[in-house]
Design a protein around this ligand. Sequence first.
Ligand SMILES: [Zn+2]
Length: 184
Amino acid sequence: MDKKENQFSFQVNSVEKNFLHNFSIDGCPLFSERLEEHLVAVSRGESPAVGRFCGFCFTPTGPNTEICGHCQNNFLLDKKTVEIVPLAVTEILREQRKIESRFVNGFAYFGVLLAVLGGLVVVLGIPYLRDHLIPATIVYALILLVGVRILAGVLGGYFGDNIGYNRARKRTIQSWEELKTAVE
Ligand SMILES: [Zn+2]
């Protein structure tokens, strides 16, 4: 009985669902890899802005394609193709990139700071180094050299990247919901 009810509700929602079934877990169709590549190329002046794009997820599509390879939108039945990606979508990507790089850079700087302070703690903590300037300088330089690289790399490249991506993705989903409501 329960099973039947579930099937029924799925069918009722199928118009909405058929857009969603191929997306990453969060159901937001922005950004397909091809759309991201296109927007980056346009911003660099390497590619013309005009083309043929899915009317729902704005993924670039071939001249004879009838179904979007990313969101399965049927161009004949549902949202038709458009000739240009709306500026609002480009803005969402720009914002996403900005948030991501802010976290990567912020965490990387924090890594640099940790290496600088950590190096000082080590040098000042060892009595011999505290009294001998030249060996202390060499040890401090080595700690900086290795520490900055490792800490900035790990904190920025791993933690900053992950946290930044999650934050940026949340914002993208939110902007997408607003855009979707505005368009419909
Ligand atoms: Zn699409």
